[in-house]
Write a new protein. Structure first.
Length: 375
C-alpha cells in the first residue's frame, strides 16, 4: 500500500506533470514573471468558473481578507463579527487594521458560524460579518445575507476552504461559494482544493466600483503608475503560480468529486457508530471536503490521534484552541455563549482527505479508527 499522507500533492502533480511543466517553462521563456499574461488569463477563467464579475488575484488568502476589509472604509474600533472556531487568519486581519473582532459560536453540526449568534452580537458599532465556509461547505448564507441587509452590514466570505462548493437559496438560485457577499476571498495554498505550488490568493466581487478599488489597493494604492491615491499593499499572484492554477482549474470539479467519493467511503464506515459523528452536509450547500472531520464522543480523541499516528495514519486536530482564548486575540467571554465551539475543540479530528486516496488506503484508515473505537 502506498504511504498515506494527509494531502498527497505529489501524486496529484504527476497526473498533470507535462501540462504543468510546459506551462511553467513558458513563463520562464517569456520572462513575464509579474502581472504577465498568465495572471490575466487565470483571472478571466476563474471569473467564468465562478460566474462572478470580478476576480482580483493577490499574493495569499490572508492578504485577500485584509485587502477586502481595507476597501470598505472601516474605521478604527469598528466591529467585525466572525466565528470563534476557525483558523487565525480570519481574525488576524481584523486586528492588523485596528478593528475589533467580535467572536461568536458556530453550528455544532456544520461547524459554520451561527446566524442566531450573529444577531445577538450586533451593536451600533458593527460594520461587517465574515462567515467562514469551513472544511468545505457554505455557511448559512441566506440567513446571514438577510441579517446583513436588515442592519446595513458588509459580508466578506472567507472561502479559503470551500472553492467549488455551491449554495442553493430558497428560491432555487444557485451561487458558488465566495460570490454571494459584498466580497469573497480565497487562498491557493498548495493543500487547498485548488492549490498552486507556493502562495496565492484571490478576491471576488460583483461590484464594479469596489473591484476597481481592490485592484488599486493590491498594487500600492495605484490606479495610474506612480500615482498613489491611497495607502495600499504589494500583493500579487506571480505568473508561475497563475500558470499552475490555469492547468488545475479545469480539474477542480473532478478533484472535488474525488474528495466527495472518499468522504462517502468514510461515511459508510462510521455512520451509526455510537461514539462517532460524521460531518453533516448542510441542507443548502454542497460539500467539497477540504477536510473530513469527525466528532469523537467518548472523550478519547487525543488517544485516537496517537493510535492512528502509530499506524502511520496522519490525523489532524483543526483547531485545538478557540480564537477567543488565543493570547493574541484574547476576549473575555461566557462559556454559555460558546457551547458548540467548546465541544468541538475536544471532539474534532480530521482524517486524510485528498484527490488521490484509493480504496485500499481508505479501508486501512477506517479499519484503524474502528479498531480503536471498539476496543
Amino acid at each position: 500500500m502506498k504511504k498515506i499522507q494527509m494531502v498527497d500533492l505529489q501524486s496529484q502533480y504527476y497526473k498533470i506533470k507535462n501540462d504543468v511543466d510546459n506551462a511553467v517553462l513558458n513563463v520562464l521563456d517569456s520572462a513575464a514573471f509579474v502581472n504577465g499574461p498568465e495572471v490575466k488569463s487565470f483571472q478571466n477563467e476563474l471569473e467564468s468558473y465562478l460566474d462572478v464579475s470580478h476576480v482580483i488575484p493577490c499574493a495569499n488568502g490572508t492578504d485577500a481578507l485584509q485587502i477586502a476589509l481595507m476597501a470598505l472604509d472601516l474605521q478604527e474600533g469598528d466591529e467585525v463579527i466572525t466565528a470563534d472556531f476557525t483558523f487565525a487568519a480570519t481574525v488576524e486581519v481584523i486586528h492588523l487594521l485596528k478593528l475589533k473582532s467580535v467572536l461568536v459560536d458556530v453550528d455544532y453540526d456544520t461547524f459554520t458560524i451561527s446566524p442566531e449568534q450573529i444577531k445577538k452580537a450586533i451593536t451600533s458599532k458593527t460594520k461587517a460579518i465574515i462567515p467562514v465556509h469551513l472544511f468545505g461547505q457554505c455557511a448559512n448564507m441566506e440567513e446571514i445575507l438577510k441579517i446583513a441587509k436588515e442592519h446595513n452590514l458588509y459580508v466578506i466570505e472567507d472561502n479559503a476552504q470551500a472553492i467549488g462548493s455551491e449554495y442553493t437559496f430558497s428560491d432555487g438560485t444557485v451561487k458558488k461559494a465566495g460570490t454571494m457577499g459584498t466580497i469573497g476571498t480565497t487562498s491557493f495554498f498548495p493543500s487547498k482544493n485548488l492549490g498552486c505550488y507556493g502562495d496565492g490568493g484571490a478576491i471576488f466581487t460583483q461590484d464594479d466600483a469596489l473591484a476597481h478599488r481592490l485592484r488599486g489597493i493590491v498594487n500600492h494604492g495605484m490606479y495610474e503608475r506612480y500615482y498613489h491615491d491611497e495607502v495600499g499593499v504589494n500583493s500579487r499572484l506571480d505568473s508561475v503560480q497563475a500558470a499552475v492554477l490555469r492547468k488545475k482549474l479545469p480539474h477542480l470539479d473532478s478533484y472535488n468529486e474525488a474528495r466527495s467519493k472518499a468522504a462517502d467511503f468514510y461515511d459508510e464506515a462510521f455512520t451509526g457508530h455510537a461514539d462517532i459523528l460524521v460531518p453533516q452536509r448542510a441542507k443548502n450547500s454542497t460539500h467539497v471536503f477540504h477536510q473530513y472531520t469527525l466528532r469523537i464522543l467518548n472523550g478519547k480523541r487525543n488517544e485516537l490521534q496517537q493510535f492512528l499516528n502509530e499506524k502511520e495514519i496522519p490525523a489532524m486536530i483543526y483547531y485545538p484552541v478557540a480564537l477567543r482564548k488565543q493570547k493574541a486575540y484574547f476576549q473575555e467571554s461566557n462559556a454559555s455563549d460558546f457551547v458548540n465551539t467548546d465541544k468541538l475543540l475536544d471532539q474534532v479530528i480530521s482524517l486524510p482527505m485528498h484527490t488521490e486516496l484509493d480504496e485500499e488506503q481508505l479501508k486501512y484508515i477506517t479499519d484503524a479508527v474502528l479498531e480503536f473505537m471498539d476496543k
